[in-house]
Write a protein that binds this ligand. Structure first.
Ligand code: ADP
Length: 308
């Protein structure tokens, strides 16, 4: 049986006058999946997710939420999705709690139910002691949490977050990650955009790498890493040695007291290599096997770094 799709994007295209922001993206996100769109600034991430919530009108393509076209069934889509946008809306005059009640009203959540829900979210996001503060009294981190709170007020099945931890301090980032993982465990479908590699690696079951308006690859983090042939062992030497003939069975080179060994199976080859050093009485200072990251995948595919 095929998995139920929460979001299905077909051939999404968006141009702003002469800028082609999104160039034909196809994306299928399963119900309950935690999916990350990873890419540099300007890649087209926000345009893509804002199209899902009709904040952006696509030039071409179609989007379905639980099998229903978002244009034909706008209300249905709206009820299923909560989005935390990157830009903070300019509701300067009302306290945070009031803004959440407005949001609940917008989604048709009844007042009694809204109270429980708002209390719960304020508590979950560590905002309750700030609930009477107005926007201008909030720190950057609080504003971001408020954005997320607004997205969650109607308890949506699909949660879309645009760069949820951009500009947020380390501790709050961690708290938000924990909460997002909790929401995921509760069965929510989560789609986030990020240019933080560690965020995508830690949270997302599948990652789509987006660059220049195109989805260039998507898979689980582990499978994406397999795309990069970077397996190697780095041996730091105690002394400056320029050639090592006992290692001729291995593809290697030496530079500045470091021996770089190229191998497909570093864990298997490591003991053999150490033994050779030991037999030749060459002293080793340290050994490590560099881990591949999604940055390597992006670099391999595009020739650039994500955050350049
Ligand atoms: P990302 O979210 O990956 O940073 P965006 O989707 O925001 O990327 O932007 C993709 C491209 O579209 C960028 O070149 C950006 O400058 C352009 N763009 C986005 N929104 C607008 C807009 N409202 N008007 C004109 N150009 C836009």
């Amino acid at each position: 049986m095929s998995k139920k799709l929460a979001i299905e994007i077909t051939n999404l295209t968006k141009s702003y006058e002469d800028v082609k922001a999104v160039r034909g993206i196809d994306l299928k996100i399963n119900k309950g999946e935690f999916y990350g769109l990873l890419g540099p600034n300007g890649a087209g991430k926000s345009t893509t997710i804002n199209s899902i919530t009709s904040l952006v009108k696509p030039s071409k393509g179609s989007i379905k939420i639980f099998d229903q076209d978002i244009e034909k069934n706008f209300r249905f889509a709206r009820s299923k999705i909560g989005i935390a946008q990157q830009e903070v809306s300019q509701d300067w005059f009302f306290p945070m709690e009031k803004l959440l009640y407005f949001q609940a009203g917008f989604y048709g959540v009844k007042k009694t139910k809204a109270k429980d829900r708002i209390d719960y979210i304020l508590n979950k996001l560590g905002l309750d002691e700030h609930k009477n503060k107005k926007m201008r009294e909030l720190s950057g981190g609080m504003k971001r949490r408020l954005q997320i709170a607004k997205a969650l007020v109607h308890d949506p099945e699909i949660i879309i977050l645009d760069e949820p931890t951009a500009g947020v301090d380390v501790e709050l980032r961690h708290d938000l990650w924990v909460y997002l993982q909790e929401l995921h465990k509760d069965g929510k479908t989560i789609l986030l955009t990020t240019h933080y590699i560690d965020e995508a690696e830690l949270l997302c079951e599948r990652v789509g790498i987006i660059d220049n308006g195109k989805l260039i690859v998507e898979d689980s983090v582990n499978n994406l890493k397999k795309l990069v042939n970077k397996s190697s062992i780095v041996i730091h030497l105690k002394d400056d040695i320029t050639s090592i003939n006992f290692l001729n069975d291995f593809n290697h080179h030496i530079s500045e007291k470091k021996v770089y060994v190229q191998t497909e199976s570093p864990n298997l080859d490591l003991p053999k290599i150490i033994l050779k050093f030991s037999e030749a009485s060459v002293n080793i200072e340290d050994v490590h096997i560099p881990q591949t990251s999604l940055e390597d995948v992006f670099l391999d595919l595009t020739g650039r770094k994500i955050n350049d």
